[in-house]
Design a protein around this ligand. Structure first.
Ligand code: ZN
Length: 99
């Protein structure tokens, strides 16, 4: 696993780091290196969990299916407390316990 240059981890939650550990093993199984493209840096929607350290983005461009399989496997490997959202350029992972 590696971080894209410019990513900041300041304020990242343990819950997101835990998800990245799981994502790393999923990506390895799929034959790619996990690249984290954003944590608390960058521009996100107002009120985004990124700013609180409860969201992270990971690269998908090397997957021929755009990341569908990676997102499915990651969703399956994580608890229901996470949302795994396949976007056009990346997978957005956020920790948001329900209820
Ligand atoms: Zn995101």
């Amino acid at each position: 696993m590696r971080y894209k240059k410019g990513v900041t981890l300041f304020g990242v939650s343990a819950e997101i780091l835990a998800a990245l550990v799981v994502a790393d093993s999923v990506w390895k199984r799929l034959g790619e290196e996990l690249v984290v493209t954003s944590i608390t840096d960058g521009k996100h929607k107002f009120g985004s969990l990124h700013y609180l350290g409860y969201a992270g983005d990971v690269r998908t461009r090397y997957f021929q299916d755009g990341g569908v399989e990676a997102a499915d496997q990651l969703r399956d490997a994580l608890t229901d407390e996470y949302d795994v959202v396949l976007e056009s350029t990346h997978i957005h992972i956020e920790f948001q316990p329900k209820g």
